[in-house]
Unconditional design. Structure first.
Length: 110
């Protein structure tokens, strides 16, 4: 069984460090994206707004844990550094089976 290196990222937020719920939600929206709902008269419009993880292939492990390819680590580090005083994050090198790596690479090609 062939294995290749990837990166596991874990983070937790320090709620007290955020100015308010708006700022905390901004962090999550920028990371995960969100669904915008607009109600106008009798019509209902929904739009998917992308976050960083919509552009980076990843495997969601848990609520605040995901695995990315090594080549995307710099983008993630830059994003987390912007929020450095309000969150704690760690990255770990992990080995993934070749089929999981291929799945991430194929997602990127779409």
């Amino acid at each position: 069984m062939s294995m290749r290196e990837a990166i596991l990222i874990c983070f937790s937020i320090n709620t007290k460090k955020f100015r308010d719920a708006y700022e905390r939600n901004k962090f999550f929206k920028e990371l995960y994206g969100w669904k915008q709902v607009i109600k106008k008269e009798k019509k209902h419009y929904e739009y998917k707004r992308d976050g960083l993880l919509d552009r980076i292939p990843h495997i969601r492990v848990d609520q605040s844990m995901f695995i990315i390819l090594k080549k995307h680590l710099q983008l993630m580090e830059e994003f987390f550094r912007e929020w450095d005083e309000k969150i704690r994050w760690n990255e770990f090198r992990v080995l993934l089976e070749e089929d999981k790596i291929r799945m991430l690479e194929e997602w990127e090609d779409e």
